[in-house]
Write a protein that binds this ligand. Structure first.
Ligand code: GDP
Length: 433
Protein backbone atom coordinates (compact mmCIF):
# COMPACT_ATOMS: atom_id res chain seq x y z
CA UNK A 1 0.00 0.00 0.00
CA UNK A 2 1.13 3.55 -0.57
CA UNK A 3 2.31 5.38 2.51
CA UNK A 4 0.99 8.74 3.64
CA UNK A 5 2.85 10.57 6.40
CA UNK A 6 1.27 13.27 8.51
CA UNK A 7 3.93 15.70 9.70
CA UNK A 8 4.09 19.06 11.41
CA UNK A 9 5.16 20.83 14.56
CA UNK A 10 3.93 19.70 17.98
CA UNK A 11 0.41 20.86 18.82
CA UNK A 12 -0.68 21.70 15.30
CA UNK A 13 -3.25 18.92 15.59
CA UNK A 14 -1.62 15.97 13.83
CA UNK A 15 -3.01 13.31 16.10
CA UNK A 16 -6.51 14.76 15.95
CA UNK A 17 -6.27 14.73 12.19
CA UNK A 18 -5.02 11.16 12.13
CA UNK A 19 -7.91 10.08 14.32
CA UNK A 20 -10.29 11.87 11.98
CA UNK A 21 -8.86 10.10 8.99
CA UNK A 22 -8.97 6.72 10.68
CA UNK A 23 -12.47 7.31 12.02
CA UNK A 24 -13.88 3.96 12.90
CA UNK A 25 -11.82 2.32 10.25
CA UNK A 26 -8.73 1.77 12.27
CA UNK A 27 -7.20 -1.56 11.35
CA UNK A 28 -8.73 -4.54 13.07
CA UNK A 29 -6.53 -5.62 15.92
CA UNK A 30 -5.71 -9.23 15.73
CA UNK A 31 -5.73 -11.72 18.47
CA UNK A 32 -2.07 -12.55 18.77
CA UNK A 33 -1.30 -13.03 22.41
CA UNK A 34 1.94 -11.71 23.76
CA UNK A 35 2.77 -9.61 20.76
CA UNK A 36 3.55 -5.99 21.55
CA UNK A 37 1.55 -3.63 19.46
CA UNK A 38 3.59 -0.54 19.12
CA UNK A 39 2.23 0.92 15.96
CA UNK A 40 3.76 3.63 13.93
CA UNK A 41 1.51 3.09 10.95
CA UNK A 42 -2.18 2.47 10.52
CA UNK A 43 -4.23 1.26 7.64
CA UNK A 44 -6.71 3.83 6.45
CA UNK A 45 -9.25 4.07 3.70
CA UNK A 46 -10.89 6.94 1.87
CA UNK A 47 -13.21 6.80 -1.10
CA UNK A 48 -12.51 3.12 -1.55
CA UNK A 49 -8.73 3.47 -1.60
CA UNK A 50 -6.53 2.05 1.06
CA UNK A 51 -3.24 3.44 2.25
CA UNK A 52 -0.86 3.34 5.17
CA UNK A 53 -0.98 6.28 7.46
CA UNK A 54 2.15 7.18 9.39
CA UNK A 55 1.35 9.05 12.55
CA UNK A 56 4.33 11.05 13.75
CA UNK A 57 2.32 12.55 16.59
CA UNK A 58 3.40 10.04 19.18
CA UNK A 59 7.06 10.74 18.66
CA UNK A 60 6.78 14.12 20.22
CA UNK A 61 6.88 12.65 23.65
CA UNK A 62 10.46 11.72 23.02
CA UNK A 63 11.54 14.69 20.98
CA UNK A 64 9.56 17.17 22.93
CA UNK A 65 10.21 20.82 22.55
CA UNK A 66 13.32 20.65 20.44
CA UNK A 67 12.66 22.43 17.19
CA UNK A 68 15.63 20.91 15.43
CA UNK A 69 14.14 17.52 16.12
CA UNK A 70 10.94 18.43 14.36
CA UNK A 71 12.92 18.81 11.17
CA UNK A 72 14.73 15.52 11.73
CA UNK A 73 11.49 13.79 12.47
CA UNK A 74 9.97 15.25 9.34
CA UNK A 75 12.96 14.14 7.30
CA UNK A 76 12.53 10.53 8.35
CA UNK A 77 8.79 10.59 7.84
CA UNK A 78 9.18 12.08 4.36
CA UNK A 79 11.76 9.47 3.49
CA UNK A 80 9.36 6.69 4.37
CA UNK A 81 6.34 8.16 2.62
CA UNK A 82 4.90 8.24 -0.88
CA UNK A 83 3.04 11.45 -0.10
CA UNK A 84 2.91 13.85 2.82
CA UNK A 85 0.25 15.84 4.60
CA UNK A 86 1.99 18.83 6.11
CA UNK A 87 -0.08 20.26 8.94
CA UNK A 88 0.27 23.92 9.85
CA UNK A 89 -1.65 25.77 12.54
CA UNK A 90 -3.56 28.42 10.57
CA UNK A 91 -4.15 30.44 13.72
CA UNK A 92 -0.43 30.73 14.37
CA UNK A 93 0.71 30.98 10.76
CA UNK A 94 3.96 29.67 9.36
CA UNK A 95 6.85 29.58 11.83
CA UNK A 96 10.57 29.25 11.13
CA UNK A 97 10.29 25.56 11.88
CA UNK A 98 7.53 25.25 9.30
CA UNK A 99 9.76 26.99 6.78
CA UNK A 100 12.55 24.54 7.53
CA UNK A 101 10.21 21.63 6.92
CA UNK A 102 9.10 23.20 3.64
CA UNK A 103 12.72 23.11 2.47
CA UNK A 104 12.92 19.42 3.24
CA UNK A 105 9.67 18.77 1.43
CA UNK A 106 10.88 20.62 -1.66
CA UNK A 107 14.13 18.70 -1.65
CA UNK A 108 12.31 15.40 -1.39
CA UNK A 109 10.16 16.03 -4.43
CA UNK A 110 7.38 14.06 -2.75
CA UNK A 111 3.78 15.13 -3.33
CA UNK A 112 2.57 17.35 -0.49
CA UNK A 113 -0.86 18.42 0.65
CA UNK A 114 -0.76 21.50 2.84
CA UNK A 115 -3.27 21.22 5.63
CA UNK A 116 -4.22 24.52 7.29
CA UNK A 117 -5.61 23.23 10.55
CA UNK A 118 -7.68 24.89 13.27
CA UNK A 119 -9.84 26.72 10.78
CA UNK A 120 -12.80 26.67 13.15
CA UNK A 121 -14.47 30.02 12.66
CA UNK A 122 -15.23 32.43 9.81
CA UNK A 123 -11.93 34.30 10.13
CA UNK A 124 -10.13 31.00 9.69
CA UNK A 125 -10.41 30.96 5.93
CA UNK A 126 -8.39 34.17 5.75
CA UNK A 127 -5.77 32.71 8.11
CA UNK A 128 -5.53 29.71 5.86
CA UNK A 129 -5.04 31.86 2.78
CA UNK A 130 -1.88 33.35 4.29
CA UNK A 131 -0.28 29.94 4.00
CA UNK A 132 -0.13 30.29 0.23
CA UNK A 133 3.12 32.05 1.08
CA UNK A 134 4.74 28.71 1.89
CA UNK A 135 4.78 27.93 -1.79
CA UNK A 136 3.26 24.49 -1.41
CA UNK A 137 0.13 25.24 -3.39
CA UNK A 138 -3.37 25.71 -2.12
CA UNK A 139 -3.76 25.38 1.65
CA UNK A 140 -6.60 23.00 2.52
CA UNK A 141 -8.62 24.62 5.31
CA UNK A 142 -9.46 22.00 7.90
CA UNK A 143 -10.80 21.75 11.40
CA UNK A 144 -9.53 18.38 12.51
CA UNK A 145 -11.36 18.86 15.77
CA UNK A 146 -14.78 19.28 14.16
CA UNK A 147 -14.10 17.26 11.05
CA UNK A 148 -14.67 20.21 8.78
CA UNK A 149 -12.76 20.14 5.50
CA UNK A 150 -11.08 16.79 6.10
CA UNK A 151 -13.06 15.14 3.31
CA UNK A 152 -11.94 17.70 0.74
CA UNK A 153 -8.41 17.43 2.00
CA UNK A 154 -8.46 13.64 1.63
CA UNK A 155 -9.79 13.97 -1.92
CA UNK A 156 -6.77 16.11 -2.62
CA UNK A 157 -4.51 13.52 -0.98
CA UNK A 158 -5.88 10.76 -3.19
CA UNK A 159 -5.22 12.91 -6.23
CA UNK A 160 -1.50 13.08 -5.46
CA UNK A 161 -0.91 9.74 -3.69
CA UNK A 162 0.53 7.08 -6.00
CA UNK A 163 -1.70 4.02 -6.43
CA UNK A 164 0.99 1.78 -5.04
CA UNK A 165 4.53 2.35 -3.84
CA UNK A 166 6.84 2.47 -6.82
CA UNK A 167 8.56 -0.54 -5.50
CA UNK A 168 5.75 -3.02 -5.71
CA UNK A 169 6.30 -3.10 -9.48
CA UNK A 170 8.96 -5.71 -8.90
CA UNK A 171 6.45 -8.00 -7.25
CA UNK A 172 3.85 -7.53 -9.92
CA UNK A 173 6.32 -8.33 -12.64
CA UNK A 174 7.79 -11.23 -10.73
CA UNK A 175 11.07 -9.43 -10.07
CA UNK A 176 13.54 -10.35 -7.36
CA UNK A 177 12.18 -11.31 -3.97
CA UNK A 178 12.38 -8.47 -1.49
CA UNK A 179 14.19 -8.89 1.79
CA UNK A 180 14.23 -6.50 4.75
CA UNK A 181 17.29 -6.86 6.94
CA UNK A 182 16.23 -5.47 10.28
CA UNK A 183 17.29 -5.45 13.89
CA UNK A 184 18.25 -2.99 16.55
CA UNK A 185 21.33 -0.80 16.17
CA UNK A 186 24.67 -2.62 16.34
CA UNK A 187 23.34 -6.13 15.87
CA UNK A 188 25.48 -6.29 12.74
CA UNK A 189 23.12 -5.41 9.91
CA UNK A 190 25.63 -3.48 7.91
CA UNK A 191 28.34 -6.06 8.56
CA UNK A 192 26.05 -8.83 7.36
CA UNK A 193 25.02 -6.84 4.34
CA UNK A 194 28.65 -6.29 3.40
CA UNK A 195 29.39 -9.95 3.89
CA UNK A 196 26.57 -11.19 1.67
CA UNK A 197 26.91 -8.42 -0.87
CA UNK A 198 30.61 -8.96 -1.49
CA UNK A 199 31.57 -7.54 -4.82
CA UNK A 200 28.34 -8.42 -6.53
CA UNK A 201 26.41 -5.55 -5.18
CA UNK A 202 24.31 -3.44 -7.44
CA UNK A 203 22.74 -0.38 -5.96
CA UNK A 204 19.35 0.22 -7.45
CA UNK A 205 17.83 3.59 -7.41
CA UNK A 206 14.11 3.48 -7.44
CA UNK A 207 12.00 3.61 -10.52
CA UNK A 208 12.58 6.79 -12.48
CA UNK A 209 10.39 9.68 -11.52
CA UNK A 210 10.46 9.01 -7.83
CA UNK A 211 13.03 10.52 -5.57
CA UNK A 212 12.71 8.04 -2.78
CA UNK A 213 15.93 8.26 -0.92
CA UNK A 214 16.27 4.77 0.53
CA UNK A 215 17.91 2.72 -2.16
CA UNK A 216 17.59 -0.98 -2.57
CA UNK A 217 20.41 -3.30 -3.45
CA UNK A 218 20.28 -6.25 -5.76
CA UNK A 219 22.40 -9.04 -4.38
CA UNK A 220 23.28 -12.33 -6.01
CA UNK A 221 22.95 -15.12 -3.45
CA UNK A 222 22.48 -18.86 -3.77
CA UNK A 223 22.09 -18.58 -7.53
CA UNK A 224 19.35 -16.02 -7.35
CA UNK A 225 19.01 -12.28 -7.27
CA UNK A 226 17.48 -10.77 -4.16
CA UNK A 227 16.46 -7.24 -3.52
CA UNK A 228 17.52 -6.01 -0.10
CA UNK A 229 15.21 -3.10 0.53
CA UNK A 230 16.02 0.24 2.10
CA UNK A 231 19.65 -0.54 2.63
CA UNK A 232 20.47 3.16 2.68
CA UNK A 233 19.01 3.13 6.15
CA UNK A 234 21.52 0.45 7.11
CA UNK A 235 24.54 1.93 5.43
CA UNK A 236 24.00 5.52 6.30
CA UNK A 237 24.41 5.33 10.03
CA UNK A 238 22.52 8.13 11.62
CA UNK A 239 23.18 8.68 15.25
CA UNK A 240 20.42 10.46 17.04
CA UNK A 241 20.08 10.76 20.71
CA UNK A 242 16.54 11.68 21.48
CA UNK A 243 13.82 9.81 19.72
CA UNK A 244 16.30 7.48 18.05
CA UNK A 245 14.13 4.48 18.80
CA UNK A 246 11.21 6.02 17.02
CA UNK A 247 13.23 6.81 13.94
CA UNK A 248 14.60 3.31 13.98
CA UNK A 249 11.11 1.87 14.16
CA UNK A 250 9.93 4.12 11.38
CA UNK A 251 12.79 2.83 9.23
CA UNK A 252 11.91 -0.71 10.15
CA UNK A 253 8.25 -0.11 9.31
CA UNK A 254 9.20 1.39 5.96
CA UNK A 255 11.45 -1.55 5.08
CA UNK A 256 8.80 -4.05 6.14
CA UNK A 257 6.23 -2.29 4.03
CA UNK A 258 8.34 -2.96 0.94
CA UNK A 259 9.57 -6.43 1.77
CA UNK A 260 8.16 -9.91 1.49
CA UNK A 261 10.44 -11.49 4.01
CA UNK A 262 12.12 -10.05 7.09
CA UNK A 263 15.47 -11.28 8.30
CA UNK A 264 15.64 -10.12 11.89
CA UNK A 265 19.13 -10.00 13.30
CA UNK A 266 19.64 -10.68 16.97
CA UNK A 267 22.98 -10.07 18.68
CA UNK A 268 23.79 -13.16 20.73
CA UNK A 269 26.55 -11.42 22.64
CA UNK A 270 23.85 -9.57 24.55
CA UNK A 271 20.61 -10.59 26.20
CA UNK A 272 17.55 -10.59 24.02
CA UNK A 273 15.95 -7.21 24.64
CA UNK A 274 12.52 -5.66 24.52
CA UNK A 275 13.64 -3.83 21.42
CA UNK A 276 14.48 -7.12 19.69
CA UNK A 277 11.04 -8.44 20.55
CA UNK A 278 9.40 -5.28 19.31
CA UNK A 279 11.12 -5.54 15.96
CA UNK A 280 10.10 -9.17 15.62
CA UNK A 281 6.52 -8.19 16.48
CA UNK A 282 6.58 -5.50 13.83
CA UNK A 283 7.56 -8.07 11.21
CA UNK A 284 4.83 -10.47 12.37
CA UNK A 285 2.23 -7.73 12.54
CA UNK A 286 3.19 -6.58 9.06
CA UNK A 287 2.43 -10.12 7.91
CA UNK A 288 5.87 -10.78 6.48
CA UNK A 289 7.70 -14.08 6.28
CA UNK A 290 10.28 -14.25 9.04
CA UNK A 291 13.80 -15.58 9.49
CA UNK A 292 15.68 -15.17 12.74
CA UNK A 293 19.42 -14.73 12.31
CA UNK A 294 21.43 -15.02 15.50
CA UNK A 295 24.54 -12.99 14.75
CA UNK A 296 27.94 -12.70 16.42
CA UNK A 297 27.90 -16.44 17.02
CA UNK A 298 31.72 -16.26 17.16
CA UNK A 299 31.48 -14.49 20.50
CA UNK A 300 29.57 -17.24 22.30
CA UNK A 301 31.08 -19.17 25.15
CA UNK A 302 29.45 -22.16 26.89
CA UNK A 303 27.80 -20.10 29.54
CA UNK A 304 26.36 -17.40 27.33
CA UNK A 305 25.16 -20.08 24.94
CA UNK A 306 23.29 -21.75 27.78
CA UNK A 307 21.53 -18.53 28.74
CA UNK A 308 20.82 -17.61 25.14
CA UNK A 309 18.88 -20.82 24.60
CA UNK A 310 16.90 -20.16 27.80
CA UNK A 311 16.11 -16.63 26.60
CA UNK A 312 14.94 -17.93 23.26
CA UNK A 313 12.69 -20.48 24.94
CA UNK A 314 11.29 -17.87 27.24
CA UNK A 315 10.88 -14.87 24.95
CA UNK A 316 10.46 -16.24 21.48
CA UNK A 317 7.93 -19.06 21.81
CA UNK A 318 5.49 -16.95 19.82
CA UNK A 319 7.72 -17.21 16.78
CA UNK A 320 9.17 -20.66 17.20
CA UNK A 321 7.88 -21.35 13.71
CA UNK A 322 10.53 -19.05 12.23
CA UNK A 323 13.59 -20.69 10.66
CA UNK A 324 16.70 -19.97 12.63
CA UNK A 325 20.27 -19.49 11.49
CA UNK A 326 23.26 -19.02 13.76
CA UNK A 327 25.65 -16.81 11.89
CA UNK A 328 28.69 -14.62 12.22
CA UNK A 329 28.98 -11.68 9.91
CA UNK A 330 32.57 -11.42 11.08
CA UNK A 331 33.79 -14.94 10.27
CA UNK A 332 31.22 -15.77 7.62
CA UNK A 333 29.95 -18.73 9.64
CA UNK A 334 26.80 -20.34 8.21
CA UNK A 335 26.23 -17.55 5.73
CA UNK A 336 25.29 -20.22 3.20
CA UNK A 337 22.34 -21.19 5.39
CA UNK A 338 20.72 -17.81 5.09
CA UNK A 339 19.26 -18.28 1.63
CA UNK A 340 17.69 -21.69 2.28
CA UNK A 341 16.10 -20.24 5.42
CA UNK A 342 14.69 -17.31 3.46
CA UNK A 343 13.39 -19.65 0.78
CA UNK A 344 11.72 -21.87 3.36
CA UNK A 345 10.02 -18.89 4.94
CA UNK A 346 8.80 -17.55 1.60
CA UNK A 347 7.45 -20.98 0.66
CA UNK A 348 5.46 -21.14 3.89
CA UNK A 349 4.25 -17.61 3.32
CA UNK A 350 2.82 -18.53 -0.07
CA UNK A 351 1.36 -21.90 0.81
CA UNK A 352 -2.20 -22.50 -0.25
CA UNK A 353 -4.15 -25.38 1.21
CA UNK A 354 -6.89 -26.72 -1.03
CA UNK A 355 -10.33 -26.39 0.55
CA UNK A 356 -10.96 -30.14 0.42
CA UNK A 357 -7.79 -30.99 2.30
CA UNK A 358 -8.40 -28.23 4.80
CA UNK A 359 -11.87 -29.47 5.59
CA UNK A 360 -10.96 -33.10 5.97
CA UNK A 361 -8.25 -31.93 8.38
CA UNK A 362 -10.75 -29.75 10.27
CA UNK A 363 -13.18 -32.66 10.39
CA UNK A 364 -10.54 -34.81 12.05
CA UNK A 365 -9.80 -32.12 14.61
CA UNK A 366 -13.44 -31.65 15.49
CA UNK A 367 -13.87 -35.39 15.91
CA UNK A 368 -10.71 -36.02 17.92
CA UNK A 369 -10.50 -32.78 19.88
CA UNK A 370 -13.90 -31.17 20.27
CA UNK A 371 -14.20 -27.72 21.78
CA UNK A 372 -15.03 -27.84 25.50
CA UNK A 373 -18.70 -27.47 26.39
CA UNK A 374 -19.57 -23.96 27.52
CA UNK A 375 -22.89 -22.96 29.01
CA UNK A 376 -24.43 -26.23 27.93
CA UNK A 377 -23.36 -25.72 24.33
CA UNK A 378 -20.53 -27.08 22.31
CA UNK A 379 -19.26 -24.81 19.56
CA UNK A 380 -18.11 -26.71 16.51
CA UNK A 381 -16.06 -25.75 13.52
CA UNK A 382 -18.39 -26.27 10.58
CA UNK A 383 -16.24 -25.39 7.64
CA UNK A 384 -13.09 -23.53 6.76
CA UNK A 385 -11.45 -21.91 3.81
CA UNK A 386 -8.14 -20.26 3.07
CA UNK A 387 -8.99 -16.69 2.26
CA UNK A 388 -5.53 -15.70 1.13
CA UNK A 389 -1.79 -16.15 1.15
CA UNK A 390 1.23 -13.97 1.89
CA UNK A 391 0.68 -14.68 4.73
CA UNK A 392 -1.82 -17.56 4.84
CA UNK A 393 -5.21 -16.43 6.13
CA UNK A 394 -7.93 -18.80 7.15
CA UNK A 395 -11.55 -18.18 7.88
CA UNK A 396 -13.34 -20.75 10.00
CA UNK A 397 -17.08 -20.88 10.26
CA UNK A 398 -18.24 -22.15 13.62
CA UNK A 399 -21.52 -22.79 15.37
CA UNK A 400 -20.45 -20.73 18.37
CA UNK A 401 -17.67 -18.63 19.82
CA UNK A 402 -14.33 -20.44 19.84
CA UNK A 403 -12.13 -19.77 22.83
CA UNK A 404 -8.70 -18.27 22.26
CA UNK A 405 -7.06 -21.40 23.60
CA UNK A 406 -8.93 -23.55 21.10
CA UNK A 407 -8.07 -21.22 18.24
CA UNK A 408 -4.41 -21.46 19.18
CA UNK A 409 -4.73 -25.22 19.29
CA UNK A 410 -6.21 -25.23 15.78
CA UNK A 411 -3.43 -22.96 14.55
CA UNK A 412 -0.81 -25.24 16.05
CA UNK A 413 -2.39 -28.24 14.36
CA UNK A 414 -2.62 -26.41 11.06
CA UNK A 415 1.09 -25.71 11.30
CA UNK A 416 1.92 -29.31 12.13
CA UNK A 417 -0.18 -30.52 9.24
CA UNK A 418 0.71 -28.10 6.48
CA UNK A 419 4.08 -26.63 7.38
CA UNK A 420 3.89 -22.85 7.35
CA UNK A 421 7.45 -22.61 8.52
CA UNK A 422 8.56 -19.01 8.68
CA UNK A 423 5.18 -17.40 8.26
CA UNK A 424 2.56 -15.90 10.51
CA UNK A 425 -0.81 -17.61 10.07
CA UNK A 426 -3.99 -15.62 10.48
CA UNK A 427 -7.06 -17.34 11.74
CA UNK A 428 -10.39 -15.65 11.96
CA UNK A 429 -13.62 -17.20 13.11
CA UNK A 430 -17.11 -16.34 11.99
CA UNK A 431 -19.99 -17.56 14.03
CA UNK A 432 -22.98 -18.91 12.18
CA UNK A 433 -26.12 -19.24 14.19
P1 GDP B 1 24.26 -2.35 12.58
O1 GDP B 1 24.07 -1.15 13.41
O2 GDP B 1 23.20 -3.37 12.86
O3 GDP B 1 24.44 -2.11 11.13
O4 GDP B 1 25.62 -3.04 13.12
P2 GDP B 1 27.11 -3.05 12.47
O5 GDP B 1 27.16 -3.94 11.29
O6 GDP B 1 27.60 -1.69 12.33
O7 GDP B 1 27.89 -3.82 13.64
C1 GDP B 1 28.01 -3.30 14.94
C2 GDP B 1 29.29 -3.84 15.58
O8 GDP B 1 29.21 -5.26 15.74
C3 GDP B 1 30.52 -3.57 14.76
O9 GDP B 1 31.56 -3.24 15.63
C4 GDP B 1 30.80 -4.90 14.07
O10 GDP B 1 32.15 -5.08 13.77
C5 GDP B 1 30.32 -5.88 15.11
N1 GDP B 1 29.88 -7.15 14.51
C6 GDP B 1 28.99 -7.31 13.51
N2 GDP B 1 28.82 -8.63 13.25
C7 GDP B 1 29.63 -9.32 14.08
C8 GDP B 1 29.90 -10.72 14.29
O11 GDP B 1 29.37 -11.62 13.65
N3 GDP B 1 30.77 -11.03 15.29
C9 GDP B 1 31.36 -10.10 16.04
N4 GDP B 1 32.21 -10.50 16.98
N5 GDP B 1 31.16 -8.77 15.88
C10 GDP B 1 30.29 -8.38 14.90
Amino acid sequence: LPVLAVIGRPNVGKSTLVNRILGRREAVVEDRPGVTRDRVTYEAEWAGRRFKLVDTGGWEQDVLGIDASVATQAEFAIEAADAVVFVVDAKVGATDTDEAVVKLLRKSGKPVVLCANKVDGPSGEADAAYLWSLGLGEPQPVSALHGRGTGDMLDEVLRVLPEAPADTFGAVLGGPRRVALIGRPNVGKSSLLNKVAGEDRVVVHDVAGTTRDPVDELIELGGRTWKFVDTAGIRRRVHLQEGADYYASLRTAAALEKAEVAVVLVDVSESISVQDLRIISMAVDAGRALVLAYNKWDTLDEERRFYLEREIERDLVQVQWAPRVNVSARTGRHMEKLVPAIETALAGWETRVPTGRLNSFLGEIVAAHPHPVRGGKQPRILFGTQAGTKPPRFVLFASGFLEAGYRRFVERRLREQFGFEGTPVHLSVRVRE
